[in-house]
Ligand binder design. Structure first.
Ligand SMILES: [Zn+2]
Length: 240
């Protein structure tokens, strides 16, 4: 597919050239330019601008690699990268929905920005799996074992007693498919990743499983007669 794209004359040459550079690993990022002696610092220029705009220190900037500026970890690119994630996933989710056989009882739940575990349990089909209180109790047991992230510390300090259960209800899977007839729920997660490192598929897969382990674990504990699983979709960005 890559070869076809690169040799397709209908696609503007500049775009093909850009992708070619990505594949070859010589995109003119600060990291690359520093390596060939054309720049002094590999620190990300987009992160720097974002931090300066907020009046924050620009110490300890991440290296400006192709992978970095294509990840939500880049402070200057986070919004764009998140939008790309949502638009690719929306397309993929809609495609899966579209190829369903007419007889299939599998229902793809339509999720939006506001959707999380709490809003799922406000729909009619989810409380039929198990009630909210029981799920909250099981979720609490798992959530307390998951570290409080730095970005969550303020919320935790405000109310440590209810932090864990609230964190659970605020969790947002990218997709959920439910088959009430067969009593199966599948949580779907979508990740984009640079494919520089050989093990990127395994790494992203493990990351996604870790992210939703309290959802799957609590559901299994609260509704033993149902089956719960998670399917992860990992799409790679070429290059480093
Ligand atoms: Zn950055």
């Amino acid at each position: 597919m890559l070869g076809k794209y690169l040799s397709n004359k209908k696609i503007p040459w500049q775009r093909r050239r850009q992708l070619g550079m990505v594949v070859a690993g010589n995109t003119p990022t600060a990291s690359f330019l520093t390596k060939i002696g054309k720049m002094q610092s590999a620190g990300c220029r987009l992160c720097r601008i974002a931090r300066e705009a907020r009046g924050e220190s620009t110490d300890g900037l991440a290296d400006e690699t192709h992978g970095h500026i294509n990840s939500a970890g880049c402070e200057g690119m986070a919004t764009t990268v998140t939008t790309a994630h949502h638009s690719i996933w929306r397309h993929l989710y809609a495609s899966m929905h579209a190829v369903q056989k007419p007889k299939s009882k599998l229902k793809f739940v339509t999720l939006d920005k506001e959707s999380n575990m709490s809003t799922l349990w406000r729909r009619e089909e989810f409380p039929r799996i198990c009630n909210k209180e029981e799920l909250a109790e099981k979720a609490q047991d798992i959530e307390v074992t998951i570290p409080v992230k730095k970005s969550q510390e303020t919320r935790y300090n405000l109310d440590p007693g209810s932090f864990f259960v609230n964190r659970f209800w605020g969790r947002r899977p990218d997709g959920v498919a439910i088959n009430e007839a067969l009593k199966i729920v599948c949580v779907l997660e979508f990740k984009r990743s640079t494919d520089r490192d050989k093990g990127f598929l395994e790494v992203k897969d493990a990351e996604a499983n870790e992210q939703h382990k309290s959802i799957i674990g609590a559901l299994k504990a609260a509704a033993a007669e149902w089956e719960f699983g998670q399917i992860n979709f990992v799409v790679s960005n070429r290059g480093r």
